[in-house]
Design a protein around this ligand. Structure first.
Ligand SMILES: [Zn+2]
Length: 344
C-alpha cells in the first residue's frame, strides 16, 4: 500500500470526520516509533520533514529511511510531507526524493523570517501548485503568520519563523483572505494562524479564547466547508513529560501547549492535519534523561534510545486515538501519483 498523497488522505479524513497527526521526523528512532504507533492504532499517518530535518539527516538517508519504513508496514498509508518549504526549489527537490506532499510557506519570504505580502505569497504558492499537481503531489499553503497572541512575537524554530513583533491582523488569518488565497492558488490544504506557535513555550497559562483563537477556525470553516485546514504548532506539551525532564536534571520552564480538547474542537470545524513535533521531542528527552540517570554505568545508546521510542510511541498512539484516525488505515487504497495528477 505505502505512500499516499495528502489530498487523498485528507479527503478521506473529511468524509469520516477525523484528523491525521503529522509527526516530524529527522532520525530512525522517531520513524520506528511513529510507525509502530500507527500500526498499533491501524491509522494512516503523515511523516513530515522540515528543511532542518533534511539538512540533519541528508535527503538520501531520509528518502531511504521512509522507503524502509513504508516497506516494514505495507498496510499503513504514509504521506511523506515537506514541512515549511520556503522556495519552489525546496519543494521540487522534496518531490524528487519521494515526498507525496509539500508545504509552500509563502507567508514568509525566502529567508523564512520576514513576513511576506499577499501578492508574493499567492504567486509563489501558485507556482508550486502548478509543478506539484503536474506530478500528482499535494500542496499545503499558509495564510497569516504564526506567532503568539500573548506577546505579539513570531516564533523561531530550526531557523524558521518570523523574527519581529507582529500585528494582530497578521497573527489571525482573515477569513476573506483565506477564501481568496485558496481560489487564487488551488492548494489542497490550508494552514492558518490563530495563536499557536512552534516549540514548547506556546502559552504562559492554560490557553483561553483570547490567546488561542479557535473561533477563527470556525469562521473560516463555515466560509469554506470543503477546504482542509491545518493546525501548526499543536503539541499539547504534557505536564507529566515536563515533570519527568525536570526531575531528572532538566530545566523546562512552566508552559502550556494546545489542549487536546481544543484540537478536537478544531476537528469538528474542518481541521484535518495536526502538526506535532514538540510532544515527541519531550517524550524522547524525558525517557533518555530518566534512563541515563537510573543507569549511570550504561553506555550502549540502544538502551536509552529504546526507552525513548517506547515513550514517543505512547504519545503518538494517544494522538491517533484522540483525533479519530485510529482504525482508518485499512479503509483506504492509495491512488498512484499519475492518477492523482490527472484529477487536477
Ligand atoms: Zn509549522
Amino acid at each position: 500500500m505505502a505512500r499516499i498523497t495528502l489530498r487523498q488522505l485528507l479527503d478521506h479524513a473529511a468524509d469520516r470526520g477525523y484528523a491525521v497527526p503529522a509527526f516530524n521526523i529527522s532520525n530512525m528512532e522517531q520513524g520506528l516509533a511513529i510507525m509502530a504507533a500507527a500500526d498499533a492504532c491501524n491509522a494512516p499517518v503523515i511523516l513530515q520533514a522540515s528543511r532542518g530535518a533534511r539538512a540533519y539527516a541528508g535527503d538520501r538517508v531520509l528518502a531511504r529511511l521512509i522507503e524502509g519504513l513504508t516497506e516494514m508496514y505495507p498496510h499503513i498509508p504514509v504521506c511523506m510531507h515537506l514541512d515549511h518549504g520556503n522556495t519552489l526549489s525546496t519543494c521540487v527537490t522534496a518531490i524528487q526524493n519521494g515526498f507525496t506532499s509539500v508545504m509552500m510557506d509563502g507567508s514568509l519570504l525566502e529567508d523564512g523570517q520576514t513576513p511576506a505580502d499577499y501578492a508574493y505569497n499567492a504567486d509563489v504558492t501558485r507556482r508550486v501548485v502548478e509543478v506539484a499537481h503536474a506530478a500528482g503531489v499535494s500542496v499545503e499553503g499558509e495564510i497569516g503568520v504564526l506567532g503568539s497572541l500573548e506577546t505579539g512575537m513570531g516564533d523561531q524554530e530550526d531557523g524558521h519563523g518570523a523574527t519581529g513583533k507582529l500585528a494582530e491582523h497578521q497573527l489571525l488569518t482573515d477569513p476573506d483572505d483565506a477564501a481568496r488565497f485558496v481560489a487564487d492558488t488551488g492548494v489542497d490544504a490550508l494552514a492558518i494562524a490563530m495563536g499557536t506557535s512552534h516549540g514548547a513555550y506556546k502559552f504562559s497559562r492554560k490557553p483561553d479564547g483570547s490567546v488561542l483563537a479557535m473561533h477563527v477556525i470556525e469562521e473560516i470553516h463555515s466560509r469554506m466547508p470543503n477546504t482542509h485546514l491545518v493546525m501548526h504548532g499543536s503539541s499539547s506539551v504534557p505536564e507529566d513529560l515536563q515533570n519527568i525532564i525536570n526531575s531528572y536534571g532538566g530545566d523546562i520552564k512552566p508552559t502550556w501547549g494546545v489542549p487536546v480538547e481544543e484540537i478536537q474542537r478544531g476537528i469538528r470545524s474542518g481541521v484535518r492535519k495536526v502538526n506535532i513535533d514538540t510532544d515527541n521531542r519531550l517524550a524522547m528527552t524525558a525517557a533518555i534523561r530518566k534512563s541515563l540517570t537510573e543507569h549511570p554505568a550504561e553506555f550502549d545508546p540502544r538502551r536509552y534510545l529504546k526507552q525513548a521510542m517506547v515513550m514517543m510511541q505512547d504519545v503518538c498512539r494517544q494522538r491517533f486515538d484522540a483525533f479519530g484516525a485510529s482504525g482508518n488505515a485499512e479503509r483506504m487504497m492509495p491512488i498512484p501519483l499519475e492518477k492523482m495528477a490527472k484529477r487536477y
